[in-house]
Design a protein around this ligand. Structure first.
Ligand code: ZN
Length: 230
């Protein structure tokens, strides 16, 4: 998304540390996930069994657990109230599998309890999704035609997308802390295996943090570009 004529302007430099951090976070989640995907949890439970146990214990028997294609595609769908787990998590009995399964259950429980950051996140999600795509069109058109109002509207849309990223952080961190608590509470993993499961979730949290920092720095860059045109 870097248009001709401004892709290599000096403000690009402020993005470089954020992009490097994002690359580091991505390699960290891949290596941590792959490491603990090879470590079987000593109870031998699959991600599906762990998720079903947690959901049932929370009175969420009505939430189905589906298998979804792909790698790290696991998520809870709040609109359809479905938990979707990738093959490695659904059928796997590794520490990574049970950690991720419990994390996604954390989102389902947040939804059940109307956890405020999740409610806010779901409310602004449609605007943020349109905003993050439309903002660049408006920004590039605004810069190209030198029409500052268009640029400002683009920056406003992008700001909503950044707010969405920011509110995602407490949602993700909280789902992971719930996951660790529930794995312990229902004796799904022995105490000495909680640490490794937490490492996987901490690495995943790092990718959300990195994505947020990239978005914030992009916003700073847009404001710098805007400032130069006054
Ligand atoms: Zn999550």
């Amino acid at each position: 998304m870097f248009g001709y004529g401004w892709g290599l302007d000096p403000t690009f430099i402020i993005l470089i540390p954020a992009i490097l951090f994002a690359a580091y976070a991505q390699s960290k989640i891949n290596s941590t996930f792959n490491t603990y995907l090879r470590v079987r949890n000593s109870n031998g439970y699959t991600g599906f069994q762990v998720a079903r146990t947690i959901l049932d214990n929370h009175g969420l028997q009505n939430i189905p657990i589906e298998l979804i294609n792909g790698h790290l595609t696991d998520h809870y769908d709040p609109r359809k109230r479905i938990l979707r787990l990738s093959d490695a998590v659904y059928n796997g009995n590794s520490l990574a599998s049970v950690g991720v399964a419990a994390h996604e259950c954390g989102h389902a429980v947040q939804h059940q309890e109307d956890y405020a950051p999740l409610t806010i996140r779901n409310t602004i999600a449609p605007v943020a999704s349109i905003g993050s795509q439309l903002s660049w069109v408006l920004v590039l058109a605004g810069l190209f035609f030198g029409w500052l109002q268009l640029l400002d509207i683009g920056i406003l849309f992008f700001t909503v997308a950044v707010l969405f990223q920011l509110i995602t952080l407490p949602v993700e961190f909280n789902a992971s802390s719930r996951a660790i608590a529930m794995l312990t509470e229902y004796n799904l993993v022995p105490v000495n295996e909680v640490g490794p499961a937490k490492k996987v979730l901490d690495a995943a949290a790092l990718t959300y943090l990195a994505a947020t920092i990239v978005a914030v720095m992009q916003l700073v860059r847009l404001l710098l570009l805007r400032g130069r045109r006054d």
